[in-house]
Design a binder for this molecule. Structure first.
Ligand code: ADP
Length: 626
């Protein structure tokens, strides 16, 4: 519709009038509805306003109604005026994708556009920011307001940059070309971009006769290489795994008027017909949730009712929470004086260390094992079964017991679990219990030189559907493992296979790191028994270099980058000093240890002899904190 000069003049006058009123700070008295609840201190339109939003402050939603109300004046203008405003705007602006590129227009005009059908896309970023600051758009709903996910993220970044504390931080956080459709309303709020994490691959991992390539997202150097070495050691004989128990848990806390009454409820739940009644309601809440058992724990008047259920291929927290709510209603029908304090009473136990998960299991309980032939222990892992078994007892069993550990009878299960979890869209916070693991090593074979290794992991909380598994890159990692999504034929089978892969990968990680540590020990004992003073000091230097590497990579503080660099310089300089030392002089084949840890003589031509070259030793891929 054409706009004539007179109409433009009228509209401009009206805008000027409002702008003038803004200048005297009485615009809202005049223009907003009396009950809008918006104070006079609202920033005036047309000016760049101070940033007042706060990230994650959902209290803004309380203002939502106000926002709509405060647009009333312009909204109640007749349709013709609105159309003229639109046309006026179009005639005045330079267009870029239909978006205003001129100086920000008065707030009331922007409000009008915001509430019109077509206008919101025509607002400039600055105008949208003004609307956020004036609480007409909740900051957490930017994407919805501008009807463009990436633009919403971009505007929130601009807003964030204006916050003094995070100024300058966002440019290095990427945000473009990311599929936010799956994130919105499901995975993250107040999005300002995404954090790219390198993904490495370990494998092939031979597990139960199949080969798997395991994706690991990590920033910890050597982790993937180390796990990969463990996989290599298993190639000959493979890893065997079994899920021995399955059941996600949720334990609400309820309270009764007395401890006696709580005890009564607890005993009631123990009766099989009562369990059946609860189970019927619980199971009806989902196609996949199947209640297995109820484990109540009493503490005075409090009762913690641990519902344990199968959840198909989902990790299951959402699903089981729904079932638990329904089950509590059933219980409340019988115990009217029961007070539900919270759906989670921490006996679940989710994302906190707890003995209950270690003892009872949570998610999938998996055991894995492998036999590593002596020649692999010696040639690939550069150690001996005897040294490994001894170290495993000292470190993973005695050491962890001495530390009072719960579920921490391992070298670094959490490293592998977390890297796989991040790559595969699991909840990384669930590494707390999922990393519970006991690593056992024993001599095996006729002469005891082969190694038997097993990992027992009672609480692998994982799923292949729901949560972060819906994001395309994470789903792709699950796809690599052949466990993406729901298993249509046998619900739950994908999640079980995934848990077995996690356990087998942990086994590989345990083997490799323990071998690296044992190899250091081996060199020391070698030194003690056989070496000349010259070689002794050369090897001591080498050990020092390896230790330095360990130290530099163990430091997690911000300055680690610089300290690592300097440590690496030292390592480099020591390496150059060591160059003349030949590999064969460091560990000669004839000085191999037997399974009792005694030096044994072998012919120099022996093929299964351990040879550690200088460079190999320095680059043992297990120099990490454990
Ligand atoms: P979680 O409980 O792990 O948070 P959700 O409940 O959010 O997971 O996601 C699982 C969803 O997937 C549920 O709606 C469930 O009905 C659906 N679903 C489809 N197939 C399966 C399956 N094989 N196993 C589990 N859930 C499935």
């Amino acid at each position: 519709m054409p706009v004539n000069a007179k109409e433009i003049e009228i509209l401009l006058n009206r805008n000027n009038l409002c702008a003038e009123k803004n200048n005297v700070n009485d615009y809202h008295d005049t223009c907003s509805s009396p009950d809008s609840g918006i104070s006079k201190s609202r920033p005036s339109s047309g000016s760049v306003t101070p940033i007042t939003f706060s990230i994650g402050d959902h209290s803004e939603s309380d203002d939502e109604g106000d926002s709509e109300d405060s647009g009333l004046v312009m909204k109640t203008e007749n349709a013709e005026t609105q159309t003229m405003l639109e046309n006026l705007k179009i005639s005045q602006k330079e267009e870029m994708d239909g978006r205003w590129t001129g100086p920000p227009r008065p707030l009331e005009e922007c409000i009008n556009l915001l509430h019109s059908d077509v206008g919101v896309k025509q607002l400039s970023d600055e105008e949208v920011i003004n609307l956020v600051n004036a609480k007409h758009i909740p900051a957490y709903q930017l994407e919805k307001a501008v009807q463009d996910l990436e633009r919403g993220v971009a505007i929130r970044r601009k807003l964030s940059c204006m916050q003094k504390d995070i100024k300058g931080a966002t440019p290095d956080i990427p945000y473009k070309n990311y599929d936010y459709t799956m994130v919105q309303g499901a995975c993250c709020e107040n999005v300002i971009g995404y954090i790219p994490i390198p993904v490495g691959i370990a494998g092939p991992l031979k597990m139960d006769g199949k080969l798997h390539y395991v994706p690991m997202a990590t920033t910890e150097g050597c982790l993937v290489a180390s796990t990969n070495r463990g996989c290599r050691a298993f190639m000959q004989t493979g890893v065997r795994t079994r899920v021995v128990h399955e059941g996600m848990s949720r334990a609400p806390v309820v309270r009764f008027p007395s401890a006696m009454r709580a005890a009564e409820a607890m005993l009631w739940l123990g009766e099989s017909e009562n369990f059946e009644e609860v189970k019927q309601s619980f199971d009806a809440s989902s196609r996949f949730a199947r209640l297995i058992k109820i484990h109540p724990r009493i503490a005075g008047r409090y009762l913690f009712i641990r519902f344990v259920a199968k959840t198909g291929d989902a990790m299951g927290m959402n699903m089981i929470s729904k079932g638990t709510e329904v089950a509590l209603q059933v219980l409340q029908n019988h115990f009217h004086d029961m007070e539900i304090l919270a759906l989670s009473g921490n006996v679940c136990t989710d994302k906190k260390p707890s003995a209950i998960n270690w003892l009872e299991g949570r998610g999938k309980s998996v055991v894995s094992e492998a036999i590593v032939p002596a020649n692999i222990v010696e040639n690939v892992l550069k150690t001996t079964t005897a040294a490994l078994v001894e170290l495993n007892i000292a470190k993973n069993l005695v050491g962890s017991a001495a530390a009072g550990s719960i579920g921490g009878f391992n070298a670094h299960a959490a490293n592998i679990v977390t890297a796989i979890y991040i790559a595969c869209g699991q909840d990384p916070a669930q590494n707390v219990c999922s990393s519970n693991c006991m690593t056992i090593m024993e001599p095996s074979g006729e002469d005891g030189r082969d190694l038997f290794i097993s990992c027992t992991m009672p609480s692998i909380e994982c799923g292949t559907i729901g949560g972060g598994t819906i994001l395309p890159p994470q789903a792709a990692c699950l796809e690599m493992l052949g466990v993406k999504g729901a298993n249509a034929d046998n619900p739950g089978e994908n999640a079980r296979t995934f848990a077995r892969i996690v356990s087998a990968a942990v086994l590989a990680g345990e083997l490799s790191l323990m071998s690296a540590l044992a190899a250091g020990h081996l060199v020391k004992s070698h030194l003690k028994h056989n070496r000349s003073a010259t070689l002794l000091s050369a090897i001591a230097l080498e050990q020092q270099a390896a230790n330095l590497k360990i130290t530099s990579e163990s430091i997690q503080e911000p300055q680690s980058r610089s300290s690592k660099t300097s440590s690496e310089k030292v390592v480099q300089s020591i390496k150059s000093k060591l160059t003349p030392v030949s590999s064969s002089t460091i560990l000669k084949p004839e000085n191999t240890l037997n399974t009792k840890g005694e030096a044994i003589k072998r012919s120099p031509s022996s093929k299964s002899s351990p040879v550690i070259t200088t460079m190999e030793f320095l680059s043992v891929p297990d120099c990490k904190q454990t």
